[in-house]
Design a protein. Structure first.
Length: 146
């Protein structure tokens, strides 16, 4: 029997448990990266549809969240720009035009860690974003992420 034939008849042990675990981890990483890229593209497309100050505020909020909470995953949620952690929407931007309101809203869901006693705000009306508002949003986003 030739050496070539004898190795061909041996059964392969396949991948080790560690190799399988590494491949599964990499597959999860690739999926997460793809979802983040797709989610960000969808979010930016929604922002591009907005007009005037709503668009400007959404662009500013996106930059704030990306810089101060890079672990959050951009996506859309009910057609609004949103940011998720562990698959749950943490915060979102609702343009004034969405429901014909007189102001836009930056809101947080219950997964945000904003607890402050027995009562605390979870949504904030936005007419404009100046330095003071941006600083407050940075602090809220950082606190919400935990």
């Amino acid at each position: 029997m030739s050496a070539k034939k004898s190795t061909a008849t041996k059964k392969s042990a396949g991948f080790s448990a560690e190799e399988k675990a590494a491949m599964k981890e990499r597959a999860r990483e690739l999926k997460a990266e793809a979802q983040k890229a797709d989610g960000e593209a969808a979010l930016l497309a929604k922002v591009a549809e907005m007009k005037g100050s709503d668009r400007a505020m959404a662009e500013t909020l996106h930059a704030i969240v990306k810089k101060n909470a890079p672990g959050l995953v951009p996506k859309t949620w009910y057609g609004m720009p949103a940011y998720a952690k562990d698959g749950k929407v943490l915060c979102f931007f609702q343009s004034a035009d969405k429901f014909k309101a007189r102001y836009a809203t930056f809101g947080f869901n219950d997964s945000a860690k904003l607890d402050d006693g027995a009562m605390w705000p979870t949504a904030f009306a936005l007419k404009a974003l100046g330095a003071a508002e941006e600083a407050r949003i940075v602090a809220l986003v950082k606190k919400a992420v935990g």
